[in-house]
Design a protein around this ligand. Structure first.
Ligand code: FES
Length: 154
């Protein structure tokens, strides 16, 4: 890990180390800065915080907000809330995963897309919906969703 990254991590540790839930706060801050919690970062935090790496990895894996894998350039969130589900949300998720060759909650090999299943996005009237980065799209058919996603590819 480069010196600059170590310095950034040290600053985060210093800022949050006295908090009651220091580890969670530190992981949030690190993920916001470094994109994902790599094995290298977890090992560094483990040494600095004197917490076993396995324990840090356990926390990082438990919360959906954290990722221990690199994230794609674009994040596709497929709503599987009740309303979207009955309108085909889950089938849409399966189809997108198949087309993009992404396992559930995974990232494409070319690091273009990460796929996530999410709960109600608060716009059920236009379901089923997906959110790509910050923009919600709906109502969608599987073909429409694929077309929108293709427009985001390089
Ligand atoms: S269930 Fe999908 S937006 Fe509400």
């Amino acid at each position: 890990m480069d010196l600059l990254t170590c310095r950034r991590l040290d600053e985060i540790i210093e800022k949050y180390k006295e908090e009651k839930s220091a580890l969670v706060s530190i992981l949030h801050a690190v993920q916001g800065q470094e994109d994902y919690l790599s094995e290298e970062i977890i090992d560094y935090l483990s040494e600095k915080l004197s917490i076993p790496a396995s324990q840090i990895f356990g926390v990082a894996s438990y919360y959906k907000a954290f990722s221990t894998q690199p994230q794609g350039k674009h994040t596709i969130k497929v709503c599987d809330g009740t309303s979207c589900h009955v309108r085909g949300g889950e089938k849409l998720l399966t189809r997108l995963g198949r087309e993009l060759q992404i396992a559930a909650e995974g990232t494409s090999e070319d690091l273009q897309f990460s796929l996530k299943k999410v709960r109600c996005q608060g716009c059920c009237q236009v379901g089923p919906v997906i959110q790509i980065d910050d923009v919600v799209h709906g109502p969608l058919t599987q073909e429409k969703a694929l077309k929108i996603i293709k427009e985001h590819g390089d």
